[in-house]
Design a protein around this ligand. Structure first.
Ligand code: C5P
Length: 396
């Protein structure tokens, strides 16, 4: 079960080369248990065939305002009435201009005008078109009308140019839809998440770090966003893209992370400390590259502040969640850690079974005891963790 299971989507395709990505998108939605009905404009049919979309959605694809198969011949009404969301992906510049001005001259634009559901668009166009003044006006109008504009992203374009205008990747659009339609267990809450490793310089080119990929922390940030929270993600060095909608603060060392967290902790309702923070930093890190010598080289280490324990010791702390990555005696060590750091909830995992992986298994430890989250994709585990946190906040 996903939070999208059973939701009803109308996926609209307009004319753009990114239409091929809509095939993958439809597959992701169907896999998540959604009911996906596809409507295509005439231009979209030039890029990808209705047969492809029909095979992937498992439902009849509609392209014509005058489709006699629809009851009462009212395709523009019938096809949108039972939907939770209309998502137009790709949304061309022309289609967005139509939407902004309330034009309705084909099935998809008429459906959008006659809708009772949420409406989202995923722009896909050349960078110059996206930056054009008319387009800027239209996007502002769409936002004013409560239409969710998802993306676009930046990068290489099919036309050979580079810049803003690429349609978001299917996984990103899927995540954005999950945010829009998911249960809002943390609506109005401010969530501060730390993620990734830290990096402690030895000299200008060398440093001490660890094998944390940041995937778990980023998944927690994503799950908190989906639950309607305002999310700030304080991240150590990772190659991951921040989830859409999160405010990202990049840091390097544990002491940078400490500073970034302390500046925001008091204003947060929840602090989830997923980062694998270095326990020590190098005393007297050199401002030049250390040269090779013949003898041993000793590096002196001094302890870093314990960020989580410091936040938990604030006069009015946010609700604190810690992560414990252990290599052995998981439960005993984790229980002790929760007591020592004085936090209400600790998520324990085995370091060798989580670092760098896309899946994880967690033992949640709180006042009530232990709760097992069976091995699953990190985003799935993160959603369960967020639901647990929301439950604890509700009953406190
Ligand atoms: O004590 P240990 O490092 O195993 O505790 C793990 C938890 O404490 C994690 O939630 C981690 O983010 C946090 N931590 C911290 N500051 C440190 C070390 C760990 O906030 N210096």
């Amino acid at each position: 079960m996903t939070s999208l299971s059973g939701k009803r989507l109308l996926l609209g395709l307009t004319g753009g080369i990114a239409a091929y990505k809509a095939a993958e998108l439809a597959r992701l939605f169907v896999k998540a248990g959604m009911d996906v009905r596809v409507v295509m404009t005439a231009a979209a049919c030039r890029f990808i065939t209705p047969v492809t979309m029909q095979a992937l959605s498992g439902q009849t694809v509609y392209t014509d305002l005058w489709d006699a198969r629809v009851r009462d011949n009212m395709a523009h009404i019938e096809l949108s009435r039972d939907r939770d969301l209309i998502l137009v992906a790709p949304a061309s510049a022309d289609f967005m201009a139509k939407l902004a001005n309330g034009l309705a001259d084909d099935l998809l634009s008429t459906l959008c005008l006659a809708r009772q559901s949420l409406l989202a668009v995923a722009p896909a166009m050349n960078v110059q078109m996206w930056e054009n003044a008319a387009m800027r006006r239209n996007v502002a109008l769409l936002r004013e009308d409560g239409i969710a504009v998802m993306g676009p992203g930046a990068g290489d374009q099919a036309c050979g140019e580079t810049g803003m205008g690429r349609m978001l990747e299917p996984e990103d659009l899927f995540a954005a839809v999950a945010v829009l339609l998911g249960p809002k267990l943390l609506r109005g809450r401010k969530v501060l998440v730390t993620a990734g490793p830290t990096y402690e310089p030895i000299d200008t080119v060398r440093g001490i770090t660890n094998q944390s990929s940041g995937k778990m922390g980023y998944a927690v940030a994503q799950a908190a966003l989906e639950a309607g929270a305002e999310v700030t993600l304080v991240s150590g060095p990772t190659a991951l893209a921040a989830p859409l909608g999160a405010v990202r603060v990049d840091v390097r060392s544990a002491r940078d992370m400490h500073e970034a967290v302390m500046a925001r902790a008091m204003a947060s309702d929840i602090f989830i400390s997923v980062a694998a923070v270095a326990d020590y930093h190098v005393v007297d890190a050199k401002a030049h590259k250390i040269k090779r010598g013949s003898g041993n080289l000793a590096i002196e280490l001094a302890p870093n502040p314990d960020i989580l324990a410091t936040v938990a010791a604030l006069k009015k702390p946010p609700f604190c969640v810690g992560f414990a990555a252990e290599t052995e005696n998981l439960r005993v060590n984790a229980q002790a850690k929760r007591k020592r750091k004085k936090i209400p909830l600790l998520a324990a995992n085995l370091a060798q079974e989580t670092f760098g992986r896309d899946d994880n298994a967690l033992t949640l430890i709180d006042d009530q005891g232990e709760h097992e989250l069976q091995r699953a994709a990190k985003i799935v585990i993160a959603r369960q963790l967020i639901a647990h946190v929301a439950g604890m906040l509700k009953s406190s």
